[in-house]
Design a protein around this ligand. Structure first.
Ligand code: GLP
Length: 260
């Protein structure tokens, strides 16, 4: 497997560029299974959204039930949706990740955005992460505005799990999972940037032309709250797996790994 750096000096984020989302799913699943085989994976941090769907499918296919003892930690949840709503992230994590991997619901942690007291729910989610020994490998997607989890532009590097207002662009991007844009919640409970940066390893997945500008900003400009994903440059162990379209705006364009 070939890996590339985007910077010649300064903090590095490694990147592997593959042809398309199917290859991305294979490469990411491989990386997760390798971490498990190295006995370095007990708590897997999971992202929702369209990008990692192929990764979870490949992981299910290749793991053959071996991952059923993992704990899963979600990044975020919409405020104002019942946890069992079809578009909730609780439903996504249970139905699209835990169930196929044979992981019991009791091993799945999602921020409790249904709670009346969101400050207490955020604190108890952080406590749960600590009680489980922290996240070993965090899978992330990236929003077209550079968000990670639901940390919208303006999110600082030391932010913790908290309630946030969703950007209009995020609500438009996510409207495809709802009947209409009016049904997309306006708030969410999300792990903070500081929370995410505590994961031991990070795997950032980016797919499609819509992510190209955000990915280039995250990797090639100084870290700032304008592009929350750029804070990942401060983490010592980040691997980005991007498809050709998502990598298309990088100025130091890596070659495509056609073996994935
Ligand atoms: C959502 C989630 C993020 C996800 C992002 C990208 O807003 N909160 O965790 O990474 O969208 O989603 P997609 O992969 O569908 O583009």
């Amino acid at each position: 497997m070939k890996l590339y750096y985007t910077h010649e000096k300064g903090p590095h984020m490694q990147i592997e560029v593959v042809a398309d989302n199917a290859a991305l799913g294979r490469a990411a699943a491989e990386r997760i299974l390798q971490t498990y085989a190295d006995r370095e994976l007990q708590v897997l941090g999971v992202a929702t959204g369209g990008t990692p769907a192929t990764t979870y499918r490949e992981l299910t296919k290749r793991s053959e039930g071996r991952l059923s003892t993992l704990r899963l930690a979600a990044l975020d949840e919409y405020v104002g949706l019942p946890a069992d709503h079809p578009a909730s992230y609780t439903t996504f994590v249970l139905e699209q990740i835990a169930k196929p991997l044979g992981i019991p619901a009791g091993q799945v942690g999602v921020p409790r955005a249904e709670a009346h007291d969101l400050v207490a729910a955020a604190a108890s989610f952080e406590q749960q992460l600590r009680d489980n020994g922290g996240v070993d490998l965090q899978i992330l997607g990236i929003g077209s505005n550079g968000h990670i989890g639901f940390n919208e532009p303006g999110s600082q590097a030391d932010s913790r799990t908290r309630a946030v207002k969703l950007a209009d662009r995020t609500r438009r991007d996510n409207a495809r999972f709802f009947d209409s844009i009016d049904d997309v919640p306006r708030e969410a409970l999300t792990q903070g940037i500081g929370t995410i940066l505590e994961a031991r390893r990070i795997l950032l997945l980016a797919s499609g032309e819509r992510k190209a500008a955000a990915l280039a900003h995250a990797m090639e400009q100084a870290p700032s709250a304008d592009c929350p994903a750029s804070w990942l440059q401060r983490h010592p162990d980040v691997l980005v797996i991007a498809d050709e379209a998502a990598a298309s705006a990088l100025s130091n364009r890596p070659e495509i790994n056609t073996e994935a």
